[in-house]
Design a protein around this ligand. Structure first.
Ligand code: UD1
Length: 368
């Protein structure tokens, strides 16, 4: 029997872990698993609502670490997770993605001599100003099993000297979750209730410190979005970090808090199904998120990424994603191209087929 601890911490972890848990449940005689939530994200709309939307079991253990500086948050997770590892003595810890919880738990387990698996390994932006890039590098260098989403990730790991027998190209677990919930999300009726027309609006997410923590950068982005908003409404489920910065910089006038036929409309963060519903019916996604670049590719919706680089180049090579940076003119040029329909349709990458978690758990079940 393989004793596993699965770790989640922040919003983008939940949809990656849900299909892994489901797949592990198919091996009750071989895999015994427990779920640890670090509590990096804790709000109803950043955490709890995902458990109900995705039908995930409640965490067995909640470390309740909350927010803090990177060092504070990482350290608190490590101290609390070490106690769990000592008490539970797992054979394997599974971490997903690239948030602080991912790195903190990988380091803690490895130092206790516990094997670690990283799902979504090998992604590289080559941008060391991103905390996620540091998390990805530190996690991958010490993991025993590296599960990758595409050939770029495999090549990155091999170039860094990771032995090939540790690397498993399995596909994309986040896409497992998207494909499973797509039809349910399609019919939610939210856009009708909000008076939006299919393909008649854009969706926006913005939360990277590099975009929202500096007032001049954020103002430049909002000016461009205001111009796009004169053509189509832009729905903006707002991350708590961004909401805080908008209030601090006095940028509230760029937004309406009730829906208007045009303009930028701020809403609270949405649940998984509501957000998927919105994105699949949008004409354009504007984002600085990592995962949304992949979701847009599978949904076939054009995506503009407001960053200077991406750790997910396959979404540009094959999918609908374009890296536009954060200067107003570039954002506008690309957005108007999309609105004119001047964009090629994308293709879905290999093995983004809904079966990635099954492939991962097949590998892990052989360790039992
Ligand atoms: C984290 C991840 C980022 C991921 C993002 C998705 C790291 C380094 N960053 O960034 O990769 O894309 O999650 O959302 O792990 N807050 C709340 N309620 C919550 C959680 C946070 O109000 O439930 C506020 C707090 O003021 C906190 C701030 O948001 O200080 C930032 O949260 P934090 O977890 O530090 O980073 P994110 O920006 O969410």
């Amino acid at each position: 029997m393989l004793k596993v601890i699965n770790v989640v911490g922040a919003r983008p972890n939940f949809m990656k872990m849900a299909p892994i848990i489901e797949a592990m449940n198919r091996y009750p005689a071989r895999i015994q698993h427990r779920l640890v939530h670090t509590g990096q994200h804790y709000d109803e709309r950043m955490s709890k609502s995902f458990f109900s939307d995705l039908g995930m079991p409640k965490p067995d253990i909640d470390l309740e670490v909350g927010s803090g500086s990177h060092a504070e948050q990482t350290a608190r997770i490590m101290v609390e997770f070490e106690k769990v590892c000592l008490r539970e003595a797992p054979d394997l810890v599974v971490v997903v993605g690239d948030v602080n919880s991912t790195m903190a738990c990988a380091i803690t387990a490895k130092k206790l001599g516990i094997k670690v698996a990283h799902v979504e390994a090998g992604l590289r932006s080559r941008d060391m100003s991103m905390p996620e890039e540091i998390n990805r590098l530190c996690t991958d260098v010490l993991c025993d099993y590296l599960f990758t989403t595409d050939h770029f990730a495999d090549e990155n790991l091999l170039a860094e000297g990771v032995p090939p027998e540790r690397i498993f190209f399995v596909g994309n677990v986040m896409i497992d979750t998207l494909l499973k919930h797509r039809e349910l999300a399609r019919g939610l009726g939210l856009i009708e209730r909000w008076g939006l027309k299919p393909r008649g609006f854009a969706t926006l997410t913005l939360h990277r410190p590099s975009n929202v923590d500096d007032p001049d950068t954020l103002r430049g982005i909002l000016e461009a979005l205001r111009t796009i908003g004169e053509e189509i409404p832009i729905v903006f489920p707002t991350h708590p970090r961004t909401k805080k910065m908008i209030a601090q910089f006095g940028f509230g006038d760029y937004f309406s808090s009730t829906r208007q036929p045009r303009g930028l409309w701020m809403t609270d963060p949405l649940g998984y199904l509501e957000f998927l519903h919105l994105n699949m019916h949008a004409i354009l996604l504007i984002t600085d998120s990592g995962g949304l670049q992949e979701e847009a590719t599978v949904l076939g919706v054009p995506c503009l990424t407001l960053r200077h680089n991406t750790e997910r180049p396959i979404t540009c090579e094959m999918g609908t994603n374009v890296i536009v940076g954060n200067s107003g003119d570039n954002i506008l040029n690309h957005a108007f191209k999309v609105l004119k329909g001047d964009v090629p349709p994308g293709k879905v990458p290999e093995k983004w087929d809904g079966r990635a978690a099954e492939r991962i758990v097949k590998v892990l079940s052989r360790l039992a």
